[in-house]
Design a protein around this ligand. Structure first.
Ligand code: PGA
Length: 326
């Protein structure tokens, strides 16, 4: 029997710090990034991994080209690490709470449209619980779903909840209507009840594949037997707004993307039949995830804030209708 196969061998020889270093390398895909994230030097990281791999008795990484990949044993160890480190993080938060401190860490991952709202909720939350460390990851729908599947964060804000996603707890959140945007001097601005078919003549600026907005837009067009003339795919809502202002085309985006400037700025809304596409955000987490005290507190806090977000978006919609009636 190898030494590494003796009962209790790992408990005696592997340290939590080594597991933390190992987890960071796999998650970030590089020794250098893990060293930066953990404020360690690269030699320290390499030594920790060498010791851990000696304790396990097998190599944990293989290098292919310039990238490192976990070996099969590395993958097994990674799953175990995430469970151990996740439980310890939760314990830390519970301990902090027992000391009467709402301290700890909140990791939130949101789809791009929620970036217009999450910072304001986080800002209010941070004022109430200044000790909580916050991280916000903004990505498109497909990538946030991948993070959810990977249990990377505490809570997630997504749009549509796919039917096959049965093992998640879902909290319906604020409305997220999709509207048609054009440059203020576009000939369709101010026209009422434009038939959706009319849009077939326009150039569209479209979000990248994997985006929820793109999927919802193409689905609506498809239901009407239409295909938009896509001039460009762009990976960000702000880039699309700038391209609309630049006169490159029209776009379907969330009304929230105009939160700061409103509907009377350089971008106007078009009154197109079938729009707005009425959608909603959802806050979700894996059903079996044990939410930390901080995550639970934030969830309640966000749900309480829902009315404010709803009122803001309703006001923007009313402004648009009133402008049309003028
Ligand atoms: P997206 O999602 O960033 O993937 O387009 C945004 C939304 O669905 O509102």
């Amino acid at each position: 029997m190898l030494k590494s196969e003796l009962p209790g061998h790992l408990i005696r020889h592997a340290t939590l710090r080594q597991l933390q270093v190992f987890e960071a390398i796999v998650r970030l895909g590089s020794f250098t990034q893990a060293a930066e994230a953990l404020f360690l030097t690269q030699p320290t990281v390499s030594i920790q991994i060498k010791k851990l791999s000696d304790a396990v008795g097998m190599p944990l990484f293989e290098q292919i080209g310039r990238k490192v990949f976990p070996t099969e044993v590395g993958h097994e160890l990674y799953d175990t690490c995430r469970e151990i480190l996740g439980s310890l993080t939760n314990l830390e938060m519970k301990l902090a709470d027992l000391h009467g401190l709402k301290r700890g860490r909140l990791r939130l991952a949101v789809i791009t449209t929620a970036q217009y709202l999450a910072p304001s909720i986080l800002g209010q939350f941070a004022r109430k619980y200044p000790q909580v460390e916050l991280s916000l990851e903004v990505s498109n729908y497909d990538r946030v779903l991948a993070r959810l599947a990977n249990n990377d964060d505490d809570l997630y804000i997504i749009g549509h909840v796919p039917d096959q996603l049965t093992d998640v707890a879902v909290y319906p959140f604020a409305p997220n209507p999709l509207v048609v945007m054009a440059r203020r001097d576009h000939p369709l601005v101010g026209k009422r009840n434009i038939p959706i078919q009319r849009l077939a003549k326009e150039y569209f600026l479209m979000r990248e594949p994997g985006s929820g907005i793109r999927e919802a837009t193409l689905k609506l067009f498809d239901q009407h037997g239409m295909q938009p003339k896509i001039r460009m795919d762009l990976g960000s809502n702000e880039a699309i707004k700038q391209a609309v202002i630049g006169g490159l085309g029209i776009a379907v985006l969330s009304l929230h993307t105009l939160s700061a400037e409103g509907t009377c700025g350089p971008i106007a809304l078009l009154d197109v039949a079938e729009f707005p596409i009425l959608r909603q955000w959802h806050i979700v987490h894996p059903r079996r995830k044990v939410l930390s005290i901080v995550a639970k507190t934030f969830l309640e806090f966000a749900i309480q804030d829902e009315a404010r977000v709803r009122a803001h978006i309703d006001r923007m919609m009313e402004d648009f209708q009133q402008n049309l009636n003028r």
